[in-house]
Design a binder for this molecule. Structure first.
Ligand SMILES: N[C@@H](CCC[C@H](N)C(=O)O)C(=O)O
Length: 282
């Protein structure tokens, strides 16, 4: 058997990632190879790849790749998954530690003995166009009209380390977000593309979302998408500070601190260690 690489698969509410351990595997990750690895036909099937531990700003961190091979500065489910991986592999000790990402330092706390539930301090959101980014004059992008695929929508856009477009509507469905998602993701107004969540308010403590991810498409869950939808709804005066974000893969709890720091709590699960043919990396 040719030398092979071991990857470890985890999921966060059905948003599945492959962990490639950078300390155990001296392989080069290339965009096209990532895309083939993530394919659910010719590859292993995943919404993305977590590559680490690597050094970011002199500290232990993780790089995050979408299934199309593009790199994202942050992934909420990805950070919770990588936190579990670090504990499973004995890279960290204790239940509180931090993980560096390209979007900054994520402070993590493991909430149970089985290491399946994590709370992450995700930082603060920004609605400022230049920071998201959204084209046009510098402004906060709150409940602003956009035309996507020939139809006008009111959207609120923000960054939580990665860009999100939130559209509130009374009717959400997978079909609706799959139809609208590609047009929003790739709209000219979003120079770095964008994640889309269509969002329905259930009550002042509960939202429901359907997700179209930048660089990935339809997913069952999104941690940053949950943070973004909750923060947008809170900014519009719709919500209390504790918000349960319900999505096809389950529920992520968002707490908005008095200083508007966002805390995300959710579960993760180990799936398998997978021995991968080295040809994927050659
Ligand atoms: N599913 C992730 C989001 C991953 C990154 C996103 N696709 C992007 O490119 O910004 C999450 O849990 O946050």
């Amino acid at each position: 058997m040719t030398d092979s690489i071991v990857m470890t698969k985890y999921q966060g509410l059905g948003n599945d990632y492959l962990v490639l351990d950078a300390k155990k595997n001296k392989v080069q990750l290339q965009g096209k190879k990532i895309a083939v690895l993530c394919q659910r036909g010719f590859g292993l099937g995943a919404d993305g790849i977590l590559y680490g531990p690597v050094e970011i700003n002199g500290k232990m961190g993780v790089r995050i790749f979408n299934s199309d091979g593009s790199e994202s500065a942050i992934s909420g489910n990805g950070v919770r998954i990588f936190a579990k991986y670090l504990m499973d592999q004995g890279y960290v000790h204790g239940n509180k530690f931090s993980i560096e990402t390209e979007a900054g330092t994520m402070e993590v706390e493991c909430l149970n003995a089985r290491a399946t539930e994590f709370r992450v301090k995700m930082g603060k959101a920004s609605f400022i166009s230049r920071e998201i980014p959204v084209t046009g004059e510098i402004r906060e992008v709150i409940n602003e009209p956009f035309v996507f695929h020939g139809q006008e929508y009111k959207a609120t856009c923000l960054t939580v380390g990665n860009p999100h477009c939130i559209i509130f509507t009374d009717q959400i469905s997978r079909e609706k977000v799959e139809k609208l998602g590609p047009y929003v993701e790739n709209a000219d107004e979003f120079p770095e593309r964008i994640n889309l969540q269509i969002c329905r308010q259930i009550d002042k403590g509960n939202l429901e979302i359907e997700i179209w991810e930048r660089g990935c498409g339809y997913t069952k869950a999104s941690g940053t998408g949950s943070c973004a939808a909750a923060m947008a709804a809170y900014r519009l005066g719709m919500m209390e500070r504790r918000i349960n974000v319900n999505q096809p893969g389950g529920m992520i709890q968002i707490d908005i601190g008095k200083d508007d720091t966002i805390y995300m709590t959710g579960t993760v699960g180990y799936i398998a260690d997978i021995r991968v043919a080295e040809s994927f990396f050659s």
